[in-house]
Design a protein around this ligand. Structure first.
Ligand SMILES: Nc1ncnc2c1ncn2[C@@H]1O[C@H](COP(=O)(O)OP(=O)(O)OP(=O)(O)O)[C@@H](O)[C@H]1O
Ligand SMILES: [Mg+2]
Length: 399
């Protein structure tokens, strides 16, 4: 397994100071981290899921899903609608039973095909999109609902949490007196109140408008980090996942197709679908000969791909480089940028902080889209030259 594909080793890499080296051993239920700087550290995942599978009428909607989340870490389960995200969460919460697979928390078995800890004994907090506050209870009573212990301790916890979600002034209000965002923060405080070891969040921010959402997301993130809760957050929005997550588990058709830090998933996608899930993608094609493929943008490396295989080369719109036309000529080719190809602007749209420019390529009439700073908004028909940086494109054999 490559270093960056493994959640365990990736956690080690993040903890390492520049220049350091880490030796990592992965054992069945614990991860041993040894670094030159930190000395040996043993960390048992707060949540560990192994080969979780659930099938309905012969179709496996969750298919051998494995992942682990450390205390204080946020993992996003990211994928398109219907790929099995909520079903995975429901099995971890204990409200749905898996066909096979195991779930551990801090090394304790929560569930396999024989053992089954009931949902209320799993120390799992839930926050779903359609969270429901109790309408007949005040904000304070809603937050205190799941708390045990003496009255003073419960009150102290409620006051502390409401302060942290900036709702101290609404402690005696009733849910109908609050805005949607405020209700959401009460729901968060209520879910956090019993200090769950794990928090499962299913699209918890999708009911909010954009501005409110950014603020609540950031506040939620910092509270969850402070509480050292392990969070598994479901979303189908890549921006949300990249903003929130320490780790992303990219899911498709019931399987996790790629796991890693957002930076790695974005910059080293495993296939074309993973690349295009995060942004629009331009694709150019070529046929491999001697581990190289020749295109109008010059040659691209295709190591390990058999001669005669068609490859698709993917490039995100923000990585297309644009140069001016100088009397019918573009910039000189370079090893890192390849060969410039001539195009004319078909359409340019101003979309705020950037412009979206569609080019029609001279060589075959195909369309390539580029995003550029919005100070640049060329007229339709303008001839320009495009180059594609080698370190910014992904080459995939066509399936
Ligand atoms: N109880 C059930 N019986 C039959 N099929 C089910 C059941 N629960 C879920 N499914 C199917 O499993 C698939 C995955 O559903 P799930 O709710 O996990 O998707 P999701 O990734 O959460 O999607 P969304 O982003 O739309 O919420 C869907 O095709 C759904 O129809
Ligand atoms: Mg869902």
């Amino acid at each position: 397994m490559s270093l960056l594909r493994s959640g365990a080793t990736d956690a080690t890499i993040r903890g390492l100071k520049p220049g350091g080296r880490a030796a990592t051993r992965v054992m069945p239920d614990r991860i041993t981290r040894v670094s030159r700087y930190e000395g040996p550290v043993n960390v048992i995942p707060r949540l560990k899921v192994e080969n979780l599978t659930r099938c309905f009428a012969g179709r496996c909607v969750v298919d051998h899903v494995s992942l682990s989340v450390m205390p204080g870490e946020i993992t996003c389960l990211l994928g398109p609608s219907g790929c099995g995200k909520s079903t995975t969460l429901r099995m971890i919460a204990g409200v749905e039973t898996q066909d096979s697979g195991t779930i551990y928390s801090d090394g304790r078995l929560l569930c396999d095909t024989i053992t089954r800890v009931p949902p209320e004994d799993r120390s799992i907090g839930l926050m779903f999109q359609d969270f429901a506050l109790f309408p007949h209870l005040s904000v304070a009573a809603n937050v205190a609902f799941g708390l045990k212990g003496d009255k003073a301790a419960k009150r102290a916890r409620v006051v502390d949490l409401l302060e942290r979600v900036a709702l101290s002034g609404h402690i005696d209000a009733y849910p109908h007196e609050l805005s949607g965002g405020e209700q959401q923060r009460v729901a968060l405080a209520r879910a956090l109140a019993p200090r769950p070891r794990i928090m499962l969040m299913d699209e918890p921010f999708s009911g909010l408008d954009n501005r409110l959402r950014d603020g609540i997301r950031d506040d939620t993130l910092s509270i969850l980090k402070e509480e050292r809760t392990a969070v598994l957050l479901v979303t189908h929005e890549p921006e949300e996942a990249m903003r929130m997550a320490d780790q992303i588990a990219l899911m498709r058709d019931g399987r996790i197709v790629q796991q890693g830090a957002p930076y790695n998933i974005y910059n080293a996608p495993v296939d074309m679908a993973a690349a295009s899930f995060f942004s629009d993608i331009n694709v150019i094609s070529g046929v491999v000969q001697g581990a190289l493929t020749e295109t109008a943008f010059g040659r691209f490396l295709a190591p390990g791909v058999a001669d005669g295989t068609t490859v698709d080369i993917a490039i995100r719109p923000q990585h297309v480089r644009i140069d001016f036309d100088r009397a019918g000529r573009g910039p000189l080719p370079t090893p890192s940028d390849g060969t410039p190809a001539r195009a004319v602007v078909k359409r340019a749209r101003f979309i705020g902080k950037e412009s979206l420019v569609e080019f029609q390529m001279d060589f075959d009439g195909s369309i390539i889209t580029a995003t550029v700073p919005s100070v640049f908004l060329p007229n339709a028909g303008t001839p320009l030259w495009l180059t594609i940086r080698r370190d910014r494109c992904f080459v995939f054999p066509r399936r």
